[in-house]
Ligand binder design. Sequence first.
Ligand SMILES: Cc1cc2nc3c(=O)[nH]c(=O)nc-3n(C[C@H](O)[C@H](O)[C@H](O)COP(=O)(O)O)c2cc1C
Length: 197
Amino acid sequence: MSKKIVVAICGASGSIYGIRLLTALLKNPVKIYLVISTVGYKVLEHETGYRGESFSSFLKNNGITFNKNAYLYTYDQDDFFAPPASGSFRNDGMVIIPCSMKTLGAIASGMADNLIHRAADVNMKEKRPLILLPRETPLSIIHLKNMYVAAKAGATIMPPSPSFYSNPKNISDLVDSVIARVLDHLKIEHDLVKQWG
Ligand SMILES: Cc1cc2nc3c(=O)[nH]c(=O)nc-3n(C[C@H](O)[C@H](O)[C@H](O)COP(=O)(O)O)c2cc1C
């Protein structure tokens, strides 16, 4: 059975992480349920070559190849009728990459007023994996408290902190050092980074 993964891209800096995660996931026979926030789209335009086309076209035009059994479903952030809005939708995990401090705050407070917040809320209540890659620096006590609360509720807090021990040669290598950890947590095989030892 192919894995079902919910992916959300928020309006924090680092859209490249979301794109690289989708690239790696779609090489596998997976079903991806993608939600990009309104500001997420704007930051994507600012940081990447995205120009408002369908997200599948954008990925394919950037040379990203889909496994023949990979499916990418995209949903509007206000679509509360989408599968990830319901606890009855069984999935193998949700990743918010990057996760803004606003979305983190909404998750920590239970204020599910868009599909990203709601899907995260659902995965926490259903005890399914929720991986957050919060991006901000420095962190205020409010950000730290929200991360603590989300972690207590079952989320994995995985700041996008690239590692240097694998001797990265370029930005892609640095980004992949982060994506490798996400895939490890989703239990998806990859060869992005050599395992230590
Ligand atoms: C270019 C750009 C970069 C941003 N970077 C960050 C960031 O790194 N972290 C963050 O928490 N917010 C960042 N913001 C602010 C968020 O986009 C803003 O708080 C927004 O309300 C987040 O909404 P969302 O979580 O629904 O995407 C950035 C905004 C812009 C325009």
